[in-house]
Design a protein around this ligand. Structure first.
Ligand code: 5GP
Length: 178
């Protein structure tokens, strides 16, 4: 039970939807406490963060705006370390509190590049929020201000995260078994 096969790999359920939703609510409370009355601009990074973003937004109880952005740094199960240009953050960033929403922070290349590009748009403050964080892989020096779970250096899918296109629709998070 809890084992699924996607393409050529087996994955085992590692974080349940219930555990995820509890952490999502806790993150929402932290963000509200820090950013109330700032009308923050959430910038969720597509595709992986769509499910996390949806649940987080439903929990946030304050004025805020949201604009999906797109970048890419992964092919299959390995980071290419090639981060593409940020697309979609062309709305009013100047002077704003901006909160990047990521599904997972791994090497940190994606958030580093995003933050670099966002700085050119003159935000007041940039915060980083990720559902998952792999501390042993992280090479960055930016603070991940809010995160749901620290996880080991294993490939995960589900709750928005894919393996070569499949698995985004799974409601739990699964870890590769081999
Ligand atoms: P980073 O730039 O921090 O190395 O990687 C961030 C991006 O790589 C994430 O937004 C995600 O798309 C992808 N990624 C990193 N680790 C995993 C993982 O374990 N599973 C999946 N499906 N994607 C991952």
């Amino acid at each position: 039970m809890g084992i699924i096969k996607i393409h050529d790999k087996n994955f085992k359920k590692s974080i349940s939807e219930e555990e995820i939703l509890q952490r999502v609510a806790a993150i929402a409370r932290e963000i509200e406490a820090d950013c109330k009355y700032q009308n923050p601009l959430f910038l969720p990074v597509l595709n992986g963060s769509f499910m996390f973003t949806s649940d987080l937004m439903k929990e946030i109880d304050m004025n805020c705006e949201m604009q999906f952005v797109k970048v890419k740094s992964y092919t299959g199960m390995h980071s290419t370390q090639q981060v593409k240009t940020l697309i979609g953050a062309d709305m009013a960033v100047s002077g704003r509190t901006v909160i990047i929403i990521e599904d997972i922070v791994d090497t940190g290349a994606t958030i580093k590049e995003l933050v670099n590009q966002l700085h050119h748009l003159n935000p007041n403050e940039i915060k980083i929020c990720s559902l998952l964080f792999k501390p042993t892989k992280y090479k960055g020096d930016l603070k991940v201000d809010y995160y749901g779970f620290e996880i080991p250096d294993d490939f995960v899918i589900g709750y928005g995260l894919d393996y070569n296109g499949l698995g985004r629709n799974l409601r739990h998070i699964y870890t590769v078994t081999e």
